[in-house]
Write a protein that binds this ligand. Structure first.
Ligand SMILES: [Ca+2]
Length: 235
């Protein structure tokens, strides 16, 4: 609530594009975090609104379509070799126990669907790593959906209730073969917090092209589109 009071005093609209300010919940130095902007929000190449790759080897692309995309287009993640990785993330600073509804829409041609990911700090690492870093991953194929092309967009809704796996060994989850519900992971990692959320395809995936749209993190849903054609001429 402190954040919202600050926002209202200095004008939330002026900050909505730059979307960075200090965390409000602790007196110690906090990482800058994006403003929580509720509702459906546009992310386009000219104004990504805080979306960036983290360690992808091939860029995520804003593209027109495919059919069924919300608005004019979507975000394309495409890998052509198992060494490639395409990802796109938005910063956050929320305790894992306090995240709201999570979801996305994905459309896949090829082998593997794009995953939804949460970057985590302060989880209980089994190997003694004190940062508690891990990435929690939701994969459609680990949640009852077949691998391969989807023949259109699939709504992955309320995935906070699904099974997740952890890229690092943490209490309650260790690797792809040990997926667990988010609530069980939260129960065993009560201090875990989310530092970023996003979507990913690869590494170690066969040739796949996935389109993603309407990425939901709590009250915010991101609609990826190409730049709008504003038309007219500049003065
Ligand atoms: Ca869209």
């Amino acid at each position: 609530m402190k954040v919202r009071k600050v926002m209202s005093s200095i004008g939330a609209g002026a900050l909505a594009g730059s979307a960075l300010m200090a965390g409000a919940s602790t007196a110690s130095a906090s990482p800058e975090i994006p403003l929580p902007i509720c509702g459906s929000q546009p992310s386009v190449p000219a104004l990504p609104q805080g979306w960036d790759p983290i360690d992808g080897t091939v860029p995520a692309q804003y593209v027109a379509g495919p059919d069924g995309a919300t608005g004019a287009g979507s975000l394309q993640l495409k890998v052509t070799t198992p060494a490639e990785k395409a990802d796109y993330y938005h910063a956050a600073n929320v305790k894992l126990s306090e995240v709201g509804a999570l979801g996305y829409r994905q459309h896949t041609e090829g082998a593997v669907q794009a995953s939804y990911q949460l970057k985590i700090l302060d989880a209980k690492r089994d190997d003694g790593d004190t940062t508690g870093f891990t990435t929690l991953v939701y994969e459609p194929y680990l949640n009852g959906e077949p691998l391969g092309s989807t023949n259109g967009f699939v709504n992955e809704s309320n995935i906070q209730n699904g099974k997740w796996w952890s890229t690092r060994p943490i209490a309650g989850a260790s690797g792809q073969s040990d997926s667990d519900t988010l609530s069980d992971i939260i129960a065993q990692n009560p201090d875990a917090r989310v530092t970023a959320y996003g979507v990913n395809l690869g590494r170690n995936n066969a040739v796949s092209t996935s389109h993603v749209d309407d990425v939901q993190f709590g009250c915010t849903t991101w609609n990826f589109d190409p730049n709008p054609n504003i038309g007219g001429s500049l003065p």
